[in-house]
Design a protein around this ligand. Sequence first.
Ligand code: F6R
Length: 624
Amino acid sequence: MCGIVGYIGKKQAAPILFRGLRRLEYRGYDSAGVAVMSLEHDSTRAHEHESTREREHVIKRVRAVGKIDELGKSLDKVELFGTVGIAHTRWATHGGVTEENTHPHIAMDGKLALVHNGIIENYRELRERLPAEVVLTSETDSEVLAHLIATYYEGDLRIAVEKALACVRGTYGIVVMHQDHPNLLVVARMGSPLVVGMGEGEYYIASDATPMLAYTKKCIFLDDGEVAEITPDSLDTYNLKDESVIKCVEEIDWDEAQAQKAGYENFMLKEIHDQPLVFQDAIRGRYNLSEGTSYLGGLNMTAEEMRRINRIVFIACGTASYATMIGKYAMERLAGIPVEVDVASEFRYRDPIIDENTLVFAVSQSGETADTLAALREAKRKGAFVRGIVNSVGSTIARETEGGSYIHAGPELAVASTKAYTNMVAIMLLYALQFGRLKRITLATGERLLNALDEIPEKMKQILSLSDQIKEIALKYKDYHDFLFLGRGINFPVALEGSHKLKEISYIHSEAYPAGEMKHGVNALLSPTCPVFAIMTKNQLYDKMCSNIEEVKARKSPVIALANIGDERVKELADDVIYIPKTMELLEPLLNTLPLQLFAYHTAVALGRDVDRPRNLAKSVTVE
Ligand code: F6R
């Protein structure tokens, strides 16, 4: 939530900052702003000839309410020259969506500028410490921090930042600049991510690595409690005790091309279509067909430790939590290990039963979700093995777990998660197979699963080619106000995900239920105005699912069915059928979710929604 960008080097900063903000727009899009260190003629000596007048550095700032495009329009109207700058895209927490509340915030009559991602919990108390003459111009906690740094400033910007941060309770990723130090940025992190990309005589700073992919793949990831002083030619890192810290340079294996729309209308459609390819990236080199097993080396556990595990807990939020429900099915069926799935925001506030024989997986696309992070810290405290299943390379969850796997989905920039969900499921299936082969399943079962896994990308492509048919169905149903998604067994989490996608990007109310539960209350909703999306591919619960849908039909709800090619019976039950290829039951979610993503997508587009940036949401939920 909120994205920050900084640049210091020899190039013009404003275009780099603006482009960076576009990459980070998924983190928030209520308002955005840029500040650049600009060299200006001294205005107090306007009477002198231009050639003799002294030039001084001043911070110039442009801000705009609305999406990044609005900032672009404002930037077109001003000249913002300078090779050092900071920028921010906001997801409002403290204070409304106004230009005054938009970052960068300034202090010392415009001499100091700051961008901040996070929440300063004690900002009211800190406000009391500011000199009486300070006049706050916004309602934000961040502006208080800017003034606090200014209050401590005695000529050394880093020291002032450190002194101010020592008073702060809360989370922050900040970048600060000061007119007296035109070639310096000071950055600091506590709980909100900050990455520094390293170029030749230049540095890029951002909340994640995507804004810098076009310029460099070499990054350092700041850890909590670290402050760095950055000039075009140097990067010095310190901890909050002012001791020097040596950082490792890491290489990012994402491509700039992956972070582009590649001819698609928006990122969500591109990311849906990325799935056959990135699914292969997720599983490549991670299994051995002749041994019928998978090898996810990052697990960092001996076979003995793996055998000792008698309980697995998956913690995640939102779409990632639906992916973990599929992981539970797979792990219990293949490995026979009891699995608990917990929404991270609940897990952290109960007293979970966890011990040294429990393996906890924190599952997250961004790797920054505050609740998932807090839950994994709680699990660590209780002595469990804690591993990550994460997309964002170098993210906090990846760094704070003692191993795990990257899902290799590449940058996912649409707010609604699609390809990351699929790759999370893929990785959990591979883990289930790895534990399963160690504990109980045969070589033949392992081989069968891997062979079926190999066929998934082609089948995904077949499904994606149905996009136009799914669009027609979406156009037919777009004006309904309520939807039900029904599934059973492994398709219940698929129904949950389909329903989640529809509501988050189309704003249509929708719920998902296990079809067998309908009689216990939800049947009351059935009527001609409440369509049902039934996931009824042919697995062990197919006949039961047919009976449930008979009951739906009898109550006159329109039915859209997702079925396997060749299923004639379903035609009698459904008003519209989407036929897809068959796969092994355990792998069905890898295919069945795709038509639901397309259905949500086409419905949202038909309703004129901004599918990449749905209202009130941000992709990376770094606050509780
Ligand atoms: C839904 C969506 C959210 C995220 C959730 C967890 O499409 O994107 O529900 O799945 O906020 O985010 P991560 O996976 O980054 O922890």
